[in-house]
Design a binder for this molecule. Structure first.
Ligand code: ATP
Ligand code: MG
Length: 447
């Protein structure tokens, strides 16, 4: 393993391509006498002429020292390995809310070089690393990273890239190669199998032979992974911009069912869920055109048919439709928890589902409340998607979209006036069943 120091400019990258907040963090670290490099996806994607999702920074300063530099704008997080989040509040001039640019938080993650020393008592019964707060040198850190192309250290101030494992060669060959002995590296952390699949699909790279060969052997280890880690991996796949292809690859790879229960239920079976396939397609399209996507919309849409099936079963029970929907949402809570969806996320998804009812049953009284709901956008996306599948009244769907798109107050009022017409012509007339009056009440009435 020889350290190579290469000119960034010769490799076709420069600090002009780096996010200003990331530059700010690196400058401050270096001014205090510490290292500050971009590593991982940030450097890799720049070198592949792709726009990095984020810029992860690495330093020789401990988390506590980093915290001292960035003070109140930073927090130390993580248990398995402590890292620091530096938070920037930025104005987004392309998103205007109430005539003002929206305030958005941008987080830059800073980690400290990892050490090669792993205590035996930090490993669990399967040989997996559990506690990992030993700090090391840049060289150690490089050896601890997963793939050679993810172990490239870019200093955007000196404009150099440091390469210990021939990552640049592999990038040129468009190859994903594990650092070290694949057998050992997969036992240490089987999630690297999923990372190899995701990165190869997302970046259009091949997986080098021995890195690929051992994937098959060690995939059963993935069933022991903690559900929150698998949930994170599931989100990374959904947000990769190539989710359809990634899931197809996972299907071909024949992972144990328990690894991605939601994918298994929706896509890996003989009869995939058509609405969910469309969600993947739409999300990929948006990400490839650099449009924002919402995790809550994606999850709520993927689980919609489960909730809707429970809802349809509950409807004849005599409860009000709104109550039946609430009950259906409640019934699916356990499943959501099993696949790692947090209580907060499920509560946001609940809002998206409940708004479906409001879209389908609008009343003049509730329109404003519906429009002002913080989950309105995500819910409307799901409602539109259901319209594509003929699940909702298309006239009413058109009405909602016109109402949202209209910027003219007069036109809005006319649309609201029209609601009765649209709604009544589209809604199947309900014949209200007369409730039988219980015997004792009839007697009361007679008295
Ligand atoms: P993405 O574009 O999806 O963010 P990434 O490679 O940056 O891809 P991250 O999860 O952000 O993925 O990880 C940042 C870096 O941390 C990786 O590039 C790699 O160097 C290292 N890393 C992440 N996960 C592992 C792992 N399981 N084992 C070893 N190194 C890892
Ligand atoms: Mg990253």
């Amino acid at each position: 393993m020889t350290k190579k120091v290469l000119s960034a400019i010769d490799l076709g990258i420069s600090n002009q391509m780096v996010n200003p907040d990331a530059m700010n963090v690196i400058r401050k670290l270096q001014q205090q006498g510490f290292d500050g490099y971009i590593v991982g996806g940030g450097t890799r994607d720049l070198l592949l002429s792709k726009k990095p999702k984020d810029f992860d920074i690495v330093t020789n300063a401990t988390p506590e020292m980093v915290k001292k530099i960035f003070k109140r704008n930073s927090i130390i997080i993580g248990r398995r390995f402590k890292i620091v989040h530096v938070v920037f509040d930025n104005l987004n001039f392309s998103r205007i809310i109430n005539n003002r640019p929206a305030m958005e938080k941008h987080i830059i993650e800073i980690s400290t070089y990892r050490s090669l020393k792993i205590n035996q008592h930090s490993l669990n019964e399967y040989g997996k690393i559990m506690v990992d707060n030993n700090y090391g040198t840049q060289k150690d850190d490089a050896t601890r990273r997963d793939f050679t192309i993810n172990a490239l250290y870019y200093d955007p101030i000196k404009e150099v890239v440091i390469d210990y494992h021939d990552g640049i060669k592999d990038l040129k060959k468009k190859m994903i190669r594990l650092i070290g002995d694949p057998e050992k590296r997969y036992i240490e952390d089987p999630v690297r199998i999923l990372r190899a699949i995701r990165l190869s699909v997302k970046l259009g790279l091949d997986i080098e032979a021995s890195t690929a060969n051992y994937m098959e052997e060690f995939k059963p280890l993935l069933v022991h992974e903690h559900r929150s880690r698998m949930y994170e991996e599931m989100l990374k796949i959904l947000l990769s911009g190539s989710s359809s292809k990634c899931i197809q690859q996972i299907k071909d790879f024949d992972l144990p069912k328990e690894v991605f229960m939601l994918f298994d239920r929706l896509f890996l079976c003989d009869n995939p869920d058509a609405l969910s396939l469309r969600v993947l397609e739409k999300t990929d399209e948006r990400l490839q055109t650099e449009n924002a996507v919402s995790t809550i919309f994606i999850l709520a849409s993927l689980m919609w048919n489960m909730v809707n099936n429970s809802y349809q079963k509950l409807l004849p029970s005599g409860e009000s439709p709104h109550q039946a929907l609430m009950e259906a949402i409640f019934q699916n809570r356990g499943y959501a928890n099993e696949i790692g969806i947090t209580k907060n996320a499920y509560s946001a998804m609940t809002d998206v589902w409940l708004l479906q009812y409001e879209f389908e049953n609008p009343t003049l009284r509730k329109i404003d409340r519906t429009l002002g709901n913080s989950r309105f956008r995500q819910s409307l996306h799901l409602y539109n998607l259901r319209n594509e599948f003929g699940e909702v009244d298309s006239k009413l769907n058109e009405w909602w979209n016109s109402l949202v798109e209209s910027t003219d107050p007069e036109e809005k009022l006319t649309l609201i006036d029209n609601l009765k017409k649209v709604f009544q012509s589209s809604k199947p007339k309900k014949t209200r069943k007369k409730k039988a009056i219980p015997e004792h009440k009839r007697l009361d009435k007679a008295r």
